[in-house]
Design a protein around this ligand. Sequence first.
Ligand SMILES: Nc1ncnc2c1ncn2[C@@H]1O[C@H](COP(=O)(O)OP(=O)(O)OP(=O)(O)O)[C@@H](O)[C@H]1O
Ligand code: SF4
Ligand SMILES: [Mg+2]
Length: 382
Amino acid sequence: MALLSVDELTVTFTQRGRRDVKAVSGVSFDVDQGQVVGLVGESGCGKSVTSLALMGLLPSRGVRTGGRADFDGTDLLTLSPKGMRDLRGSQLAMIFQDPLSSLNPVVPIGVQVTEILARHRGMKGEAARREAASLLDRVGIPDPTRRLKEYPHQLSGGMRQRALIAMAVACAPRLLIADEPTTALDVTIQAQILELLRELVDEEGTALLMITHDLGVVAGLCDQVNVLYAGKVVESAERRELFDAPTHPYANGLLGSIPRLDAPRGEPLRPVRGSINDTIAWEDGCAFAPRCDHYTLECLKGTPALEEPRKPGHQVRCVNPVLSDGAAGLRESALPGPDEVPGTEADGEGGPAVDEPVEKTEPAEKDAAVGTAGTAEKEAGA
Ligand SMILES: Nc1ncnc2c1ncn2[C@@H]1O[C@H](COP(=O)(O)OP(=O)(O)OP(=O)(O)O)[C@@H](O)[C@H]1O
Ligand code: SF4
Ligand SMILES: [Mg+2]
C-alpha cells in the first residue's frame, strides 16, 4: 500500500457574495516510500492548494475540502488540528517556495532549528545545538556553528533554502512535500538542492512529493509524474514514459513548448496557446477544450475519464489523445537530464529528438462547440 494515497481530493474556496472557486477538482495520486512523485502544471492549476490541504494548512474558514488523503492509514483531511500538529514535523514536512517568508526574521536560525528538535525529538541544550550544527553541515551550509547564531537576512537565498531543508529533515519525516523549492534559486544552487533531496530519498527512504512547473527538475528528480490542469490530473505516468510519449494534448504541448538548444536557428517557439483563464468547468466537458487543437464535440460530453490508451499505468484524461510517437517534438534527452543533475541516475537512454509538430485535427464545429476557442486562436494569430 502507498504511504500517501490521495483520492479525489477537492478544495473549494467560498466567499459570501462571490462565486465559489474550485481550486482542486478531484485529484488522485499515490506516493510510495522512497519514491519521488511530481505534481506539474502551469500557474493556478492547484499545485500549492493541494499541498496545503495535505499539510492541514488551509484557512479554517471559507474552504470546503472533499475526498481522502490517506497517510499510512490516517485520513489527513479529517484529522484533528492536534493530530495534524503531531504528524507535522515528525512524519510530514514541507519546504515552501519562498524561504524568507517561511523563516522567522527576528529569530536566529539556530533557535528555529533547535525548537524543532526540542518539540519533536525532545532534545535540549548542548545536544540540540550540536545536532542543529550537524544538520546545517549535512545540507552543505559552511561554518554551521557560526551560521546558527545568524538571522535569516544574513544568509544568502540558497543558504536560507538549505536551512529550511535542514528544518524539514530534522525529524526524518516519512513524507516531504517540496513546493517549488528551487524556483527562486540560480541553476548551480538548484542542482545542489536537488542533489540533497535525492540523497534524502535514497538514504532515508523518504517519500518526496515534488511540486514544480520546471520540466528540467522533473526530468532530473521524479520517478512518477502527475500533470495537473485546472485542478485535475490529466496525465500520470512514469517519468521516462511521459517524456517519451506525452499523450494528453496539454502535456504534449507543454513538452513541445520548451526551447531546445539543438533546434535549428530561427525555428519559432511553440507555446500552448491561451492561458489557464481560458477554461470551462469540468462538469461541462474537458477544461482544456478552449485551448486544444484536438477537440471534438465528444470533448464536451462531461468530464473525460482517466484511461490508459497507450499502456497500463500511463493514465490520460482525454477522449482524443495524441498517439503519434514523438508528437511533442521533445525527448527527455533534450532537457537537463539525470546525468546533469548530480546524484541522479545516469542511464543515457532516451531516443533522438524529434521535430515533427503536433498533429492537428480540425473539427468543423470547433468554434461553435467551445465559446472561447475562436478568441484564443485569433490572439495566437491563427
Ligand atoms: N485563499 C484563496 N482564496 C481563493 N482562491 C484561492 C485561494 N488560494 C488559491 N486560490 C486559487 O486556487 C487556484 C489554485 O491556486 P494554487 O496556488 O494552488 O496554484 P499553483 O498551481 O500553486 O500556481 P503557482 O504555480 O502560481 O504557484 C488559483 O486559481 C488561485 O487563485
Ligand atoms: S482532445 Fe478533447 S478531451 Fe482531449 S484534451 Fe483536447 S479538448 Fe480535452
Ligand atoms: Mg503554487
